[in-house]
Write a protein that binds this ligand. Structure first.
Ligand code: SF4
Ligand code: SF4
Length: 167
């Protein structure tokens, strides 16, 4: 290797090193993209969905669920348990309704299967805890999961049920 090759090699190495250091410097001075959760929270996307929640009929203040078991059959991981009963007017309702959120894989198949729009996917993601048994949610907890009255997900599903002209 001649002197000329050695100089060219050294210059090339210096250029590459300079480029690498430039990238490092640029990222070192960039504002951080992380936020200090839970003090700060990023807004979730409009279509974000997490866990199934029971829907309360605003007109009657009762659950829309009729304990028809369609969601139980649709759930691929068998994490829904329902015991049906009838009220004084012989209307069916879920005496007990449990979802084990530690099994739920947020697939929304139960929501799709429900013929009464009695379930919807809620955008709440803060269900972490220290005891896995706390993730077995009863119907009162499922009805209380924070959610907007009508999520875009539910609106889309309702439009679909009304027919293709509604799209
Ligand atoms: S979202 Fe999926 S896994 Fe979770 S309860 Fe519904 S069907 Fe089961
Ligand atoms: S499919 Fe709907 S109405 Fe039927 S049991 Fe499930 S939540 Fe209730």
């Amino acid at each position: 290797m001649g002197l000329r090759d050695a100089v060219e090699g050294a210059v090339g190495m210096a250029v590459r090193l300079g480029r690498g250091m430039g990238v490092t410097l640029k990222n070192a001075l960039r504002p951080p993209v992380t936020v200090q959760y839970p003090e700060y929270k990023e807004a979730t996307s409009e279509h974000f969905r997490m866990f199934p929640a029971l829907v309360v009929d605003e007109a009657t203040d009762k659950l829309k669920c009729t304990a028809c078991m369609a969601c139980v059959k649709a759930c691929p991981v068998d994490c829904i348990w329902i015991k049906g009963a009838r009220d004084r007017d012989s209307k069916p309702y879920p005496e007990t309704f449990y979802v084990d959120m530690s099994w739920c894989m947020e697939c929304a198949l139960c929501v799709e299967a429900c013929p009464f729009d009695a379930l919807e996917m809620a955008p709440d993601y803060e269900l972490a805890g220290y005891d896995v048994r706390d993730l077995l949610m009863d119907k009162d907890q499922l009805a209380a999961i924070k959610r907007p009255p009508k999520t875009p997900w539910t609106r889309r599903k309702a439009s679909y049920l009304e027919g293709p002209d509604e799209w």
